[in-house]
Design a protein around this ligand. Structure first.
Ligand SMILES: [Fe+2]
Length: 457
């Protein structure tokens, strides 16, 4: 089975037994579980107090066009207290879709009639005292760390339109800035919430057409929108394609720079080389310029059934000269990689380190990488033979401002293909290539999902 990211993003119609994103650890799980007796190898750090939450699509009834990006959201929670793991739990997000397919009662909704229904199945963040399960489209679902769905959340009625799964929480101010894109005008909206979680600013932004805008960049003073050639084509749905996105060579690639705090559509658009980016690592101001590190693909969503669908991913640095309207591109690492994360204290501010999944090997997620972008070196962490790594979530081990950027732990939910179960691997980020500090055997499987975060107790 080929399991490169390139394969996953192809839109294919295949029988479920031949669909690579329904096999192995892509296969959804069928039960909601609570497991309290968990084997731990090694020692969990006593500084880890809280709950690791992970999210991903877990379709109840996948159809023959099933795509990895689709399906009802399921959260996985691992509660750790003072060096002891207390419980693993998984729950579907109680969306209207899960009520229909599984019979669970949907949590209270607040979406207007014409809004696309979200599944809350891409990521999960904690902000302003709320835990939000986020999807690509629709409103978020407010959750508890016990994984009860409280209901859809629209910032007390203030949020118009969709919310991205990739808000940025400023590591210094605690503000949450985000956007939502849509298949109908206005195609883009920008939002800011203060550190307490109140929505304080929303701006409608004009785009020539709807594009798939999965993520964006944010610095201490500015945001960066990526208007790339993966465009929305609703006719694809009629053709049986589950995701209505396709590469369009005629769509001009641009980055849009806007000041944080702007209350009007004052975006400066700068032409860029065509490419696609799901995930930036981080962005920061460097004088008037912007440094934005991203995992870049040359081309995606071409809907070709075979051939050079794309050229794989690279970690690149865009240095954006906003005044001159120029973007310099420098390859930082040319091996296939995805799911970039940093120490959250440095979000929107200058970073030195980046942590990613190495997206190669027989299982597609062979290990983890730590990039030192100051020195230009990369360390590899081997998660084990016939194991596959999950997104590396960084948890700072010290609250002190003087703490080193890499002072903390990497939490990765790892799949053991031999036992067909999952494990939590906890690494010392400063001894990245060394053995894991602790491995928690979950005794069940967490399907390959997307994003998670550690919510301190
Ligand atoms: Fe994502």
């Amino acid at each position: 089975m080929s399991t490169t990211l390139n394969d996953w993003v192809k839109n294919k119609t295949v029988a479920p037994e031949n669909n690579p994103v329904l096999q192995g650890n892509f296969a959804p799980v069928t039960q909601e579980l609570d497991i309290e007796e968990l084997e731990v190898i090694g020692d969990l750090p006593k500084a880890l107090n809280g709950t690791l939450l992970r999210n991903g699509p877990n379709p109840v009834e996948p159809n023959e066009q099933h795509h990895w990006f689709s399906g009802e959201g399921m959260l996985h929670a691992l509660r750790i207290n003072n060096g002891k793991v207390e419980r693993y739990r998984n729950r579907w997000v109680r969306s209207p879709s899960i009520e229909q397919s599984k019979g669970f009662t949907a949590a209270p909704g607040c979406e207007p009639e014409l809004m696309i229904q979200g599944s809350g199945g891409v990521s999960v963040v904690s902000h302003g005292g709320r835990v939000l399960a986020l999807g690509e489209l629709g409103y978020p679902f407010e959750m508890t760390t016990e994984l009860d769905t409280k209901g859809q959340y629209n910032f007390a009625g203030a949020l118009q339109g969709n919310m991205t799964a990739h808000p940025k929480i400023d590591g210094v101010t605690g503000e949450m800035i985000f956007f939502g894109y849509d298949v109908l005008p206005p195609f883009l909206r920008y939002h800011e919430a203060d550190s307490a979680g109140s929505l304080t600013n929303s701006v409608e932004i004009n785009l020539p057409r709807s594009v798939m805008m999965h993520d964006f960049g944010a610095t201490a003073t500015r945001v960066i929108f990526m208007d790339m050639p993966v465009v929305t084509n609703l006719e694809l749905i009629a053709d049986g394609v589950q995701l209505p996105f396709e590469w369009d060579d005629n769509h001009r690639a641009r980055l849009g720079i806007m000041s944080r705090g702007s209350t009007t559509d004052t975006v400066k658009w700068i032409d860029a080389d065509p490419c696609y980016v799901f995930h930036p690592l981080n962005s920061y101001d460097d004088g008037d310029k912007i440094v934005m590190d991203v995992v870049r693909y040359e081309k995606l969503f071409t809907n070709e059934k075979s051939g050079d669908f794309n050229k794989g991913s690279q970690l690149v640095r865009w240095t954006i000269d906003v005044a001159a309207g120029l973007i310099d591109t420098h390859v930082l690492s040319d091996r296939n990689q995805e799911f970039p994360r940093i120490n959250p204290r440095f979000e929107c501010h200058p970073h030195r380190y980046g942590y990613v999944i190495a997206a190669d090997g027989a299982l597609g997620f062979e290990g983890l990488l730590k990039h030192d972008l100051k020195v230009g070196t990369t360390q590899y962490h081997d998660v084990g033979n016939n194991h596959a790594a999950g997104e590396p979530v960084f948890v700072p081990s010290s609250e002190k401002d003087s703490a080193a950027e890499d002072e903390g732990y990497i939490l990765s939910v790892v799949y053991d293909a031999t036992s067909h179960t999952s494990e939590l691997h906890v690494l010392d980020a400063q001894n990245f290539a060394g053995p894991a500090l602790a491995i928690v055997k979950l005794g069940t499987r967490v399907p390959y999902g997307f994003h998670g975060n550690f919510i301190p107790a």
